[in-house]
Design a protein around this ligand. Structure first.
Ligand code: FAE
Length: 516
């Protein structure tokens, strides 16, 4: 299907250079994470030229050490988004603070602070795929009705989840290799403790190249997962969106990307379409240019927080006055909560730990918690088991515009994590009793047991079938779409990016079929 068939203006193929001030384009996609990458690929395959606008860097050029990404154990200028000190999810080790000063730079991981929660997000071409653990989990089908109530589950499980898994390059660790690999001793300890307490233990698929990891373990290739790379990017092995959807999108010749461009406004344009205003920034965060372009269609794919912040601001300031009252609502943290357990000396978790988690404890049905057995890749024996739990936390927050401060705020309360803690305890209290072990109190500062101050999985804020119709088309402004994690109402019961990708595949296929 070509541009004309979709009801869009025919324009020359998209330029490779950053978008020019005053340009007129068929489609702007704001953000280059999962939702944005799916939209760009499928629109391009349908014959539509797409410009992607990304506030973060391209992450395609090595630094002075010859590497594109810095190591988790040695965060440098590349690690954090415009901060002068790191804000590591685990702030302490053996009780000592581990954050360090860094130069202010448009680094890869944003620790965005709201009143009651810090929301971690990837910044750069590839969005969250640059920094995440690559755990690629399809929710159990019996849980799907609670994840996306208005979506046909048969279609998702027959068509769109398989399509997303294929597009992302999802695979699972070879169980026989897992049983012997030194780098997964920590996960085997996690399995033993889970099973001795009667919990289902499951392997979790991932987009990491498992053959590459085996070769890392054998010493025949440069180490990445086995060198502790993850939070600030993987130099090898991980199939981020740059290697999958975005590579295919660029190969169509119809997709161009403008990194270090931050969208600040979208509003109806006089002659039809939308005026998209953006700031070009330098690596210190300074604004070097302001550009205004016109797009027939705009896809919001700036992530749950990015999309919600834009829409809430644009509604409140009158730029998009017809957005409905659901905009900004229904935000959740996917019930994220972290904890560590202190093992006995006869249960070492190993000094070498793969940074890529590959297993979890599924107590969702009985206790509302799915816990990843996560690594602590410190390079030394810690005798610690570490977990990121995803829980059925029912609390939902709302974004709102603070006109006096000229910023969007989120009303999440720290105490709203209590249900998550209670659900995680259904697993770990039982394991501790069985094993005669205790919780670690040295990982989050102040003798805290629970990492209840953060989320890696922001979801919602422009919920499907509420702020938008059932395909992500925003109510009130034809030609505006949401196609990212903002559509999902707060919880996916597992790690979210496969569901974000599958939903984007579903929505864009139906949007294109309907002729945009
Ligand atoms: P996302 O990937 O966040 O992309 C949004 C993009 O928009 C980003 O590149 C932004 O920089 C950009 N942007 C935002 N505002 C603007 C603006 N105004 N102008 C221009 N660009 C803008 O959105 N999920 C899993 O399923 N498995 C995991 O193992 C996992 N591990 C994680 C570990 C960490 C440390 C983190 C932070 C997240 C993890 N996640 C994981 C979550 C996952 O990465 C996240 O759900 C998705 O990336 C969200 O996809 P979206 O397309 O919604």
């Amino acid at each position: 299907m070509g541009t004309a068939a979709l009801g869009l203006r025919a324009v020359p193929a998209a330029a490779a250079a950053p978008i020019a001030d005053g340009a007129r384009v068929p489609v702007v996609v704001i953000g280059t994470g999962y939702g944005g990458s799916v939209a760009a690929l499928r629109l391009a395959q349908a014959g539509v030229d797409v410009h992607m606008i990304e506030m973060g860097m391209a992450w395609d050029t090595p630094g002075s050490d010859g590497k594109i990404f810095c190591n988790t154990t040695a965060p440098d200028y590349r690690s954090y988004w415009l901060r002068t000190k790191t804000k590591q999810p685990l702030s302490n080790f053996l009780g000592f603070p581990i954050d360090r000063n860094i130069p202010r730079y448009t680094g890869i991981l944003d620790a965005e602070e709201f009143g009651g929660i810090t929301v971690y997000q990837g910044r750069g071409v590839g969005g969250g795929s640059l920094v995440n653990g690559g755990m690629a989990v399809t929710p159990r089908r019996e849980n799907f009705g609670a994840v996306l109530p208005s979506v046909n589950a048969d279609e998702m499980y027959d068509v769109y989840y398989p399509r997303a898994n294929a597009g992302l390059g999802v695979g699972t660790v070879d169980p026989a290799w897992f049983d012997t690999a030194a780098c997964y001793q920590y996960a085997r300890v996690g399995r033993k403790h889970a099973q001795r307490s009667g919990f289902p233990f499951v392997f979790v698929p991932d987009v990491y190249d498992w053959d590459y990891m085996a070769r890392e373990a054998a010493g025949s290739v440069t180490k990445s997962a086995l060198a502790g790379e993850i939070l600030y990017g993987n130099n090898h092995g991980k199939k981020s969106l740059q290697q999958t959807y975005l590579a295919r999108a660029k190969a169509t010749g119809r997709v161009s990307i403008s990194p270090l461009h931050r969208v600040t406004s979208v509003s109806p344009a006089g002659g039809g379409g939308y005026t998209v205003v953006m700031e070009q920034i330098d690596t210190g965060g300074g604004v070097t240019a302001t550009k205004s372009v016109t797009a027939d269609r705009v896809f919001f794919a700036a992530g749950s927080v990015g999309t919600s912040k834009l829409l809430v601001k644009l509604k409140a300031t009158g730029a998009l006055p017809n957005l409905n009252a659901e905009v900004g609502k229904g935000w959740g943290d996917n019930g994220n909560v972290m904890c560590g357990r202190a093992n006995h000396m006869w249960d070492p978790t190993g000094p070498l730990q793969s940074s890529i988690p590959c297993a979890g404890i599924d107590n969702w049905a009985a206790g509302g918690a799915f816990a990843e057995v996560a690594p602590l890749p410190t390079g030394i024996e810690t005798y610690a088991s570490f977990y990121l739990s995803i829980t059925r936390n029912p609390n939902r927050a709302r974004f709102s515009w603070n006109a006096a401060a000229s910023r969007v705020e989120l009303d999440w309360q720290t105490s709203w994590k209590q249900p998550s803690i209670a659900m995680a305890k259904t697993i770990f209290d039982k394991i501790n009793v069985k094993e005669g072990t205790i919780y670690r109190t040295d990982l989050f500062g102040g003798y805290k047991i629970w990492g209840d101050h953060l989320t890696y999985h922001p979801l919602g804020g422009a919920v499907l079938n509420k702020a938008t119709d059932d395909l992500g088309r925003l109510h009130g402004h034809p030609g505006l779409y949401v196609i990212d994690g903002a559509l999902i109402p707060g919880n996916t019961s597992v790690n979210p990016f496969v569901t974000i990708t599958a939903l984007a595949e579903r929505n864009i296929e139906k949007i294109i079929a309907a002729g945009l």
